[in-house]
Design a protein around this ligand. Structure first.
Ligand code: PGA
Length: 248
């Protein structure tokens, strides 16, 4: 089954690093049966798009402004990303929630602007370790989803992918168990069923992200409920990432 394999390069790779990385990765990208999306930094978007123009690979941005246009020094708008043919944008990643105070209402505004400009948001949700230990995982997921999707219509949901990324599993080498992930995805789908419909819930693609590697990705991807993977650290290593994208 075709899965989404998304590589979040975060704030790594300058021009030369990215050139080398894309040169080495492209032969593998041409062989994959999965839907791969690469998320370089803003300054790497044009370079990545150009390099991947003859492949079926999509490109994504790691962030977007919650404002549409104007005097917002340093920001990048959804319209600008569209003009670079960006296909996906990460929204609500836990690093942005933590370091840049991205709250649910900003996330909601970002999603609305992305949809307006025809870009697909990848909405990241997930609990902290403390929240999990306090048995608050479901409550946190419900809250994040409801607030991020406020005012979003059912037909627009088709353009949104959700990534379940428990905060304690990101960049920590602590992967969530398959059971944890399946339970969280079931809950996410339930929230969508209750707030939209069974069809919307069935159609929603939910990815898992958090310390995935080539040695464990296959186990997760073998579940039909898990629509794919959002990969940080392991996407930076061509050999590792290539093994994951060629999985299936
Ligand atoms: P990781 O990052 O694979 O390094 O844990 C995942 C992410 O940040 O999306």
């Amino acid at each position: 089954m075709k899965k989404y394999i998304m590589g979040n390069l975060k704030m790594n790779f300058d021009y030369q690093d990215l050139k080398k990385y894309l040169n080495e990765l492209t032969p593998f990208l041409k062989q994959t049966k999965n839907q791969v999306v690469i998320f370089p930094s803003f300054v790497g978007l044009a370079q990545t798009k150009e390099k991947l123009k003859n492949t079926n690979i999509f490109i994504g941005a790691q962030n977007v402004s919650e404002n549409e246009k104007g005097a917002f020094t340093g920001e990048v708008s959804a319209k600008m990303l569209k003009s670079f043919n960006v296909d996906y944008v990460l929204v609500g990643h836990s690093e942005r929630r933590k370091h840049f105070f991205e709250n649910d209402s900003k996330i909601n505004q970002k999603i609305k602007l992305l949809l307006k400009y025809g870009i697909k948001p990848v909405l990241c949700v997930g609990e902290t370790e403390k929240q999990r230990l306090q048995n608050k995982t479901n409550e946190v997921l419900t809250n994040q989803l409801i607030k991020a999707l406020k005012g979003i219509y059912e037909n627009e949901l088709e353009s949104i992918i959700v990534a379940y990324e428990p905060v304690w599993a990101i960049g920590t080498n602590k992967t969530a168990s398959e059971k944890n992930v399946l339970e969280a995805i079931k809950h996410i789908k339930n929230v969508i069923k209750q707030n939209y419909s069974l069809t919307a819930s069935n159609n929603l693609v939910v990815l898992y992200g958090g310390s995935l590697k080539s040695s464990n990705a296959k186990n997760f991807l073998s579940h039909k409920e898990i629509g794919g993977a959002l990969i940080g650290g392991s996407s930076l290593k061509v050999e590792e990432f290539a093994k994951i994208i060629l999985e299936n």
